[in-house]
Design a protein around this ligand. Structure first.
Ligand code: V47
Length: 354
C-alpha cells in the first residue's frame, strides 16, 4: 500500500514512513493533515487566555539554545519574590487570565520551598485559576538538587496546587543531539518517566519538540514516535507543540534554520503521526503569528493563547515579549477562515466565537 493510501486509511506509520512524509510536496502533505484535522475539529481553532510567568532566570544548567538563562550571555539575573509572583498572577487574573503558565530556570539558590510556596500562595488566593507549571526538566532539577524522588516532587506539586505540566524540556530526544544541546539536563528517558508518573497520578500534560537547529528530520520523527509510544500507555498528553528554534543571543549557531515550508511540513507530520495526541499546537511565539494562522490548514488546531508576557523565546529573538490582545487574536483567527474557540487548559470548550 502506498504511503498516501495508508494515511487516508488512518493506519499507523513507522519511523521510515514518517521520514518519507517529508518527501511529499507541501500541498499533498497539508491536505492529508487537514483531512484529519477537519475530521476531529472542523474549522474550530482553540486558544486560551493565559499569562506566562517566568519567575527566575538563574540557572544551574547550560543549554546551548537558551538565551533566557542568566548564566552566560545574559548577565542580568533576576528572581521574583513570592509577593511579586502573586501580584502578577492577581493582576492577570483580574484581566481575564484563566491559566498561569509558570516556567522557571533551574535556580539552585532558593530551594524547593521557593517553588512550592509560590504555588501555595497563588492557590490560596485564586482557587479557580489553572496552574500549569514545572517542566520535567524542572522536576528533575529539584529532584537532583535537593534529594527528592520524582514521585515526591510531583506529589508536592499536586499538594501545593499545580494542575497540569507544560511540555518544556523535551528538546530533541535523540541522545547524541541532546548531549550536544543540553548536556547534564534531564535525559530523554527521564523526561518520559516524569510525564508517565504524572499521568499515572491522574494528571495531564503537554509535550514539546524544539526543532530547526542541528537535528535531522529523522530525529524529529523519532521524537514524535517516542511520545506516541508513551501516549499509548498513559493517554495523558493533551497537546504536542513543535517549537521553532529562535537563534538570537545564544550559543547555537550554524544551524539548519527551517523554512516556512519545513515548519508547515513538521506540523502536518505531527498531525498525521501522532494519532493519539488530540491537539497540535502552533505556538505563535516561535512560529510567528502569520505562520501559525497558516498552520491551521496544515494540521494545527490550537494557537496557545494571549500569553501577556513571555521571556524565554523573546530573549532569543521571538516577537512575543508582550503577548497579544484578545480582540486581535480572535479577529486574526476569524479572518483566516477559522472559528475561534476559547478553551480551558484541559481543552474543555468555554466559548465559541461564531
Ligand atoms: O523547553 C528555549 C524552549 C521551552 C529556545 O506546554 C526555545 O503549553 C525556541 O515549554 N528557541 C519552554 N525555543 C517553553 C515551553 C512551552 C511553550 C509554550 C507552550 C507550552 C505548553 C510549553 O522553550 C524549553 C525550550 O525548548 N526554548 N530556548 C529558543 N532559543
Amino acid at each position: 500500500m502506498d504511503l498516501i493510501t495508508k494515511v487516508r486509511k488512518r493506519e499507523r506509520l513507522t519511523q521510515q514512513e514518517g521520514e518519507a512524509l517529508y518527501d511529499l510536496d507541501l500541498y499533498t502533505l497539508g491536505e492529508l493533515a487537514d483531512e484529519i484535522r477537519r475530521e476531529k475539529f472542523g474549522k474550530k481553532s482553540y486558544f486560551n487566555i493565559n499569562r506566562h510567568i517566568n519567575p527566575t532566570n538563574v540557572c544551574a544548567d547550560v543549554c546551548k539554545f537558551c538565551a533566557y538563562s542568566a548564566t552566560r550571555k545574559n548577565p542580568h539575573q533576576y528572581t521574583l519574590t513570592h509577593e511579586q509572583i502573586l501580584d502578577i498572577a492577581t493582576k492577570s487574573i483580574a484581566n481575564g487570565a484563566k491559566e498561569l503558565h509558570i516556567v522557571s530556570a533551574h535556580n539552585p539558590k532558593d530551594g524547593v520551598e521557593w517553588y512550592m510556596g509560590a504555588f501555595r500562595k497563588i492557590r490560596a488566593k485564586h482557587p479557580d485559576v489553572h496552574i500549569k507549571s514545572m517542566t520535567a526538566a524542572e522536576v528533575d532539577f529539584l529532584s537532583r538538587e535537593y534529594g527528592h524522588s520524582y514521585d515526591e516532587v510531583l506529589d508536592m506539586m499536586i499538594e501545593n496546587g499545580v494542575d497540569s505540566m507544560p511540555g518544556g524540556g523535551a528538546e530533541i530526544f535523540d541522545e547524541e543531539v541532546r548531549e550536544y544541546l543540553c548536556k547534564g539536563k534531564v535525559t530523554s528517558d527521564q523526561w518520559l518517566e516524569i510525564h508517565e508518573k504524572w499521568h499515572n497520578k491522574g494528571k495531564e500534560s503537554n509535550a514539546t519538540m524544539l526543532f530547526g537547529h542541528v537535528e535531522t528530520r529523522a530525529h524529529r520523527i523519532d521524537h514524535m514516535l517516542r511520545l506516541r509510544a508513551l501516549q499509548d500507555k498513559t493517554g495523558g498528553f493533551n497537546a504536542f507543540i513543535p517549537l521553532v528554534y529562535q537563534k538570537e543571543n545564544n550559543y547555537l549557531k550554524n544551524c539548519n534554520f527551517p523554512s516556512g515550508q519545513e515548519v508547515l511540513k513538521t506540523y502536518s507530520i505531527a498531525r498525521i503521526l501522532l494519532d493519539n495526541i488530540p491537539n497540535i499546537k502552533a505556538y505563535w511565539a516561535t512560529s510567528t503569528i502569520n505562520l501559525a494562522l497558516i498552520a491551521q490548514e496544515f494540521g494545527a488546531n490550537d494557537l496557545d493563547g494571549t500569553i501577556e508576557k513571555e521571556a524565554i523565546q523573546s530573549a532569543a529573538g521571538a516577537k512575543s515579549a508582550n503577548g497579544m490582545e484578545l480582540d486581535d487574536f480572535i479577529a486574526l483567527i476569524k479572518n483566516s477562515g477559522f472559528t475561534p474557540v476559547e478553551r480551558d487548559s484541559l481543552y474543555n470548550e468555554l466559548r465559541v466565537y461564531a
